[in-house]
Write a protein that binds this ligand. Structure first.
Ligand code: NIG
Ligand code: FE
Length: 419
C-alpha cells in the first residue's frame, strides 16, 4: 500500500534521482535542499516519489492510497543513531548522584564503578531480559525520531558475556522493524580479573573474542575505547588490522578526556568514524583535515548528550565544520555517560552548545549518521529508492522550531520502512 504525506510545509534533505551525496561537509551542510509545499510517497518500505504539491499528478494514484495531511508540518529523514550502548542491565543513577556530590567519572571508574559496574550487572542478567530492555529502549528512541540504531557490546568483557550482548542485538535485528547495526567493543575496559594488565586482556580480545564473533557473524563493526587507563593507540591499530581480515570496519572512541594519538591511529587504520572528540587539539584537527583532503576520511561523530551529562567540553562541532569537514551527531546512549537516546534533544544541544545551525545539525543526525555506518547509499536522505525512514513533525512554524523548543517532543511519527 502506498502512503502519501501531502501539503507538507517543508520537506528537507530531498534529492532528485541519484543526486544524494554520501555525506555533506563544511558549508554544504547548511545548504541541504528543502522543498516547500511538498508531498512524499512511500510504498513497499521505500521512498517512491516526492515533489512540489503543484506538480502532483493525482491521475496515477494507486488504489487504496493512504493520504496523511501534513499541513503545517515538516518531513525529513528520520534520525540515524550511529553510536549507542543500548544493551545494558541497569541504570547507574547511584554513580550520577555520587558525581553530583563531587566525585568524578574517573574516580568512580578507578574504584571499580563505571563500565565494570555495568559489566557485573550484565553478567547476572539473562539474554531474554536484556533483549526486553533493548526493545523497550529502541521503541522509546523511535518516539523521538530515531529509526536506525548502531549498538555496541562492551559491557560483557568476557567471551561469553560479549557473545550474549551481540546475540541480543542479533535477535533484536529480527524482532524490530528498525534497521540495527552491531559493533564489537570488547576493548571497552580492562576487567578486574586482569588487575590492570591491559596487555593480557587485549590479547584475549584479539585472539579469543574477535575470531569467534567474526565467525558467528555477530558484528558489523569493531570499536575500541582509546583513552588513558583504557586502551592505547597502538592497540587501536592492532585491532583494526585484525578486524580487517574479517572485513569488519573500525569505529573508534577517541579524545573523550585526553588527546593521546587516537585520532592519528584511527586515520592510519582507515576508521569509518572517530567518535567523541571532546578534547580535540589543533594538531588533531589539522590531521583530520589532512585526512579528508582526499575526499573521504573517518566521519567525526559528536555526542552532545555525553558532554551534557558528564559536564565535559562539547565536541568543537563548529570548528570541525568550519574546517570543511563533515560532522555526524549521535546519542552515545549508555547508563554511565549519556543515559538518553533522545536525538531531538541532541539536535537542540548541537545548536545551543556546539553553535550549529538547525540544518547543519539535522544533516549530522541523518545523512552523515548514515555515512558513519557506511549506509548512506540506502538511507539518510529523501531520494527515490531509498529506505523510507521519515519523521513527520507535529505542527511547527519552521524547521528551526524543533531545536528551538528544546526538551519538547515535536515528532508526530517516525516512519520505519514506510510504516
Ligand atoms: O562512550 N567512553 C566509553 N564508553 C562510554 C561510556 C561507558 C560507561 O560509562 O558505561 C562512552 O561514553
Ligand atoms: Fe560510546
Amino acid at each position: 500500500m502506498r502512503t502519501r504525506l501531502e501539503n507538507l510545509d517543508g520537506l528537507a534533505l530531498c534529492y532528485e534521482n541519484g543526486q544524494s551525496p554520501a555525506f555533506l561537509a563544511g558549508q554544504a551542510m547548511d545548504q541541504a535542499p528543502v522543498l516547500k509545499q511538498a508531498y512524499l510517497d512511500m510504498e513497499g518500505g521505500f521512498i517512491v516519489d516526492f515533489g512540489a504539491m503543484d506538480a502532483l499528478d493525482r491521475s496515477q494514484d494507486p488504489q487504496g492510497l493512504r493520504v496523511i495531511d501534513g499541513q503545517g508540518r515538516w518531513a525529513f529523514p528520520a534520525f540515524i543513531d550511529s553510536h549507542t550502548h543500548l544493551v545494558y542491565a541497569q541504570e547507574r543513577s547511584g554513580e550520577f548522584e555520587q558525581r553530583m556530590r563531587g566525585a568524578t567519572y574517573a574516580e568512580i571508574a578507578a574504584a571499580g564503578g563505571g563500565i565494570l559496574n555495568s559489566a557485573q550487572a550484565l553478567e547476572a542478567m539473562s539474554e531474554d531480559a536484556l533483549l526486553q530492555g533493548l526493545l523497550k529502549r529502541l521503541n522509546q528512541a523511535r518516539n523521538t525520531g530515531t529509526a536506525v540504531v548502531e549498538i555496541k557490546s562492551g559491557y560483557g568483557l568476557t567471551l561469553e558475556a560479549e557473545l550474549k550482548m551481540l546475540r541480543v542485538v542479533q535477535r533484536a535485528k529480527t524482532l524490530s522493524r528498525q534497521p540495527l547495526f552491531a559493533t564489537f567493543l570488547g576493548a571497552h575496559a580492562v576487567p578486574a580479573r586482569h588487575s590492570g594488565n591491559t596487555e593480557a586482556y587485549f590479547h584475549e580480545v584479539l585472539t579469543g573474542m574477535l575470531p569467534r564473533i567474526a565467525a558467528e557473524g555477530l558484528a558489523d563493526f569493531v570499536d575500541l575505547f582509546c583513552e588513558e587507563n583504557y586502551f592505547r593507540p597502538d592497540q587501536l591499530r592492532a585491532l583494526a588490522d585484525a578486524a580487517q581480515s574479517y572485513g569488519l570496519p573500525l569505529k573508534a572512541h577517541v579524545n573523550q578526556f585526553t588527546s593521546i594519538g587516537g585520532v592519528q591511529a584511527a586515520i592510519a587504520s582507515r576508521a569509518l568514524s572517530v567518535d567523541h572528540l571532546e578534547v580535540l587539539t589543533d594538531d588533531d584537527l589539522a590531521d583530520l583535515t589532512a585526512a579528508w583532503s582526499g575526499q573521504t576520511g573517518p566521519m567525526p561523530v559528536a555526542l552532545p548528550g555525553c558532554s551534557l551529562f558528564l559536564q565535559i567540553p562539547y565536541t568543537p562541532g563548529r570548528r570541525i565544520i568550519d574546517a570543511g569537514l563533515p560532522l555526524a551527531i549521535a546519542s552515545d546512549c549508555n547508563p554511565g555517560s549519556a543515559p538518553s537516546a533522545n536525538l531531538a534533544l541532541a539536535w537542540a544541544l548541537s545548536c545551543h552548545q556546539m553553535k550549529l545551525t538547525p540544518m547543519e545539525a539535522l544533516v549530522g543526525l541523518t545523512l552523515n549518521g548514515a555515512a558513519a555506518l557506511g549506509a548512506s547509499d540506502r538511507m539518510g536522505s529523501i531520494q527515490r529508492g531509498k529506505e523510507a525512514h521519515v519523521i513527520l513533525t507535529k505542527p511547527v512554524s519552521s524547521l528551526a522550531s524543533l531545536p528551538y523548543h528544546f526538551g519538547e517532543n515535536l515528532v508526530e511519527h517516525t516512519f520505519v520502512f514506510g510504516q
